[in-house]
Design a protein around this ligand. Sequence first.
Ligand code: KIV
Length: 300
Amino acid sequence: MSSHSSSRRLMAPDIRALKGVRPVVSLTSYHAHTAAIADKYCDFLLVGDSLGMVMHGYETTVPVPLELMIMHGRAVVRGAKRALVVVDMPFGTYEESPSVAFRNAARVMKETDCGAVKLEGGRRMAETVDYLVQRGIPVMSHVGLTPQSINVIGGFKAQGRKQAEWAALEEDARAIADAGAFAVVLEAITAPLAARITAGIPIPTIGIGASANCDGQILVMEDMLGLSPRVPKFVREFGAIGAAIEGAIRSYSDEVRSGRFPAEEHTYTMKPGEDAAGEASGESVSPPPRVTKKPKTAST
Ligand code: KIV
């Protein structure tokens, strides 16, 4: 896909309207400069709570605080001008009740200026999705593997690998579509199940590890750039940024140690008429004299 052509920022209904028209393209984004690049090619950017693992070194997304989502959400909204920006609600900020979810989601929208929030869960979150949408907050849902439930699931495991599991996952997707979600992320589910869900609901399914049988795709940007030390089976590394970063840092360190950097072209010269000893201005360029404090003694 080349860059999209809309001249205004896309909104949740624009993403919803892409179902059956063309594939929805999206990436996660946590950072203003990379958001500005991805903005040219993506329909929406997700400030995912995976930022806790990718940027902040947590083992799971469970510890991620709301403030971190807001901080990165602001950066991405500043960087991206046209893509819809969706901010993940982190664990513990929305599950308790629809009103708690509304209070925190409204804070995210007001403080980041994003266009929608995402929350994990199917049937169990349907009432909350409806509550938020009725009050002006567009919601993207997330079913299949829901990483915030890692401690219940027992690992990052693909879902729907047994036919007996399909009905529950299909009901989850239908429930949040009926509740008014504008799109749903399907994470780590099998291809035939993704096909059934995609055919069975009127909102776009956005796959991550859910096959080509979805209405769109999302990947974690650092994973597809080749920056993450480990990636799941479903990731294709479209770049090798980790190796490029290491090569650049190795060259920098070699050049500093050998005295080749900084060179003359990286160095400021004095203004014409000034000389390096500071005689024309009368200012001294030698460092100020060091003041040594007298040590206190017990008798003073
Ligand atoms: O947090 C995240 O990056 C996500 C994607 C896996 C969709 O939710």
